[in-house]
Design a binder for this molecule. Structure first.
Ligand code: IPM
Ligand code: MG
Length: 352
């Protein structure tokens, strides 16, 4: 039995999570395993109910399950709240509390969507890399931090164990892929980055079968749009990974397609890369694929059932090949389908 906590959140979150839940239910019928899905409020939805974006009850539920499925948080209604009450703060808190130190963001191009990329089809065709972003350290969490009238400050700091554990995961992932890791830093300027680089190379000694190279972050941003096919596994710090994963996301066409996994030693959380898209919320227009693909990552990483992950990816590909498009991935003038129609088609392609 798998116990999953779902936190649909705000905006399109509930719609895309509903799509992912239908996929989970279909898989549970098809493969005869039991799934228990418990829903909890998070983000603005939770703030409106309890005056807090992340309640202790939701946090405890997330700590006591096999995997968390998150939709999206935030929206204009809660934008003016003080910093510590903002949805972003709740997201950082849940990452820290669950110790989700590794954020995995695959950038994989679906052939059916080559036309949707803002880059030339020849440049993006065949792109398939995986970003390992460190998620619970670096400048996002360093102290001292603050601002007053005349200055603002944050601290970028990494402890050895923090670099070691993310590097190790990246090398292990590369073993199952093309055996190439590129570590991205700013070691020509930042001491913390020189330290990062040194530690990654020390960990590399345990992985002689993997080719490791280093790249400065500014060059990496350029290389990702110049020739994305050169990358296999990228490992990088929290802030650089935040920026690079958005760039990487866009080469595949739509953020509406991209899943992510945030994993730690004990817990794991799966969510689409896109946000809550308040402008289309409640209209049955959102693309559910990123959240459904996040369920595929859940089967792969949390349940060690890569075969089922593959089934989900294949159902997504077959649905796209049949021509169905939500608005975000449609070419101008093309017919579009709703969230529920897209979901039902994927469920049908999964088979019984
Ligand atoms: C992301 C987002 C978050 C981040 C924000 C919303 C806090 O941009 O998950 O990439 O910066 O980590
Ligand atoms: Mg981001």
């Amino acid at each position: 039995m798998y116990k999953i906590v779902s936190i649909p959140g705000d905006g399109i979150g509930p719609e895309v999570v509903a799509g992912a839940v239908s996929v989970l239910e279909q898989l549970s019928k098809k493969h005869c395993f039991e799934i228990e899905i418990e829903e909890h409020p998070f983000g603005g939805a939770s703030y409106d109910l309890h005056g807090e974006m992340l309640t202790l009850a939701t946090l405890e539920a997330c700590k006591n399950c096999d995997a968390v499925l998150l939709g999206a948080v935030g929206g204009p209604k809660w934008e003016k709240l003080p910093h510590e009450h903002k949805p972003e703060a709740a997201l950082l808190k849940i990452r820290k509390e669950l110790e989700l130190f590794a954020n995995l963001r695959p950038a994989k191009v679906y052939d059916a969507l080559l036309g949707a990329s803002s880059l030339k089809a020849d440049v993006v065709r065949g792109t398939d890399f995986l970003v390992f972003r460190e998620l619970t350290g670096g400048i996002y969490f360093g102290h001292p931090r603050g601002f007053d009238e005349n200055k603002g400050w944050n601290t970028m700091v990494y402890e050895r164990y923090e670099v070691e554990r993310i590097a190790r995961l990246a090398f292990e992932a590369a073993r199952k892929r093309d055996k190439k890791v590129i570590s991205i830093d700013k070691a020509n300027v930042l001491e913390v980055s020189q330290f990062w680089r040194n530690v990654v190379h020390e960990v590399h000694k345990d992985f002689p079968d993997i080719v490791l190279s280093d790249m400065y972050v500014d060059n990496a941003a350029m290389q990702i749009v110049r020739n994305p096919k050169q990358f296999d596994v990228i490992v990088t710090s929290n802030l650089f990974g935040d920026i690079l994963s958005d760039i990487a996301g866009m080469i595949t066409g739509s953020l509406g397609m991209l899943p992510s996994a945030s994993i730690g030693k004990k817990h794991a959380l799966y969510e689409p890369i896109h946000g809550s898209a308040p402008d289309i919320a409640g209209q049955n227009k959102a693309n559910p694929i990123a959240t459904i693909a996040s369920v595929a990552m859940m089967f792969d990483y949390s349940f060690s059932l890569p075969g089922i992950a593959t089934e989900i990816y294949q159902a997504i590909e077959a649905t796209l090949a049949s021509g169905l498009r939500t608005a975000d991935i449609a070419n101008p003038g093309e017919n579009t389908v709703s969230t529920t129609v897209m979901t039902e088609a994927i469920v049908r392609h999964l088979g019984a």
